[in-house]
Design a protein around this ligand. Structure first.
Ligand SMILES: [Fe+2]
Ligand SMILES: [Fe+2]
Length: 180
């Protein structure tokens, strides 16, 4: 497991209780050999899909905990949200809209290797909202959707994400001020 992009905190800091709890919640997934295959896939230009999933899971964990939600299932669902093992540009296993298809592929893999709760299912299957029509059914699901776009903005390094999703800028500023 590696450092989280854009975070001032280090989840390998033994003095950070949140970081230690995050590791405890997510380690079995993060260390699973099948899940680690995500490291082989470039994601959002400058990172890999494994690191992206860790980023989304970390922010989801922090925000869900702050909001009093089921942060454990939210963090695990977030970690699994892009658990699809193919290059969607060159070799997609199923034809169709990538936004619609890859959450289903991720959910199929998640169920194959891990126990998936209803909240985790919502986090995985609906994370592409609002780029897809089906909105999340849980607050945790909405949070993963926001965290996914927030992390994409950091990873790609594009401020355009903040223009498209003004709420992301507000969240970013809250993080900067140490509020979340
Ligand atoms: Fe995705
Ligand atoms: Fe994602």
């Amino acid at each position: 497991m590696t450092h989280i992009l854009g975070s001032k905190r280090d989840f390998l800091d033994w003095n950070d209780e949140d970081a230690m709890e995050f590791l405890e919640i997510t380690r079995d997934i993060a260390d699973h050999p099948e899940f680690r295959k995500l490291e082989q896939f470039t994601h959002h230009l400058h990172t890999n899909r494994y690191q992206h999933c860790l980023n989304v899971s970390w922010y989801t964990y922090l925000w869900a905990k702050k909001l009093g939600l089921n942060y454990k299932e939210a963090a695990r669902g977030a970690l699994l949200h892009d658990f699809f093992l193919y290059d969607y540009r060159n070799n997609p296993p199923i034809e169709g809209n990538h936004n619609e298809i890859h959450p289903i592929a991720a959910f199929t893999n998640a169920e194959k290797y891990f126990e998936v709760t209803d909240i985790m299912r919502d986090c995985i299957l609906r994370h592409m909202w609002p780029n897809t029509s089906a909105s999340p059914e849980t607050r945790e699901g909405y949070l993963v959707s926001v965290a996914d776009k927030y992390c994409a903005g950091i990873e790609v390094g594009s401020k355009s994400y903040y223009a498209i999703y003004p709420v992301l800028k507000q969240i970013y500023e809250m993080i900067e001020e140490g509020l979340i």
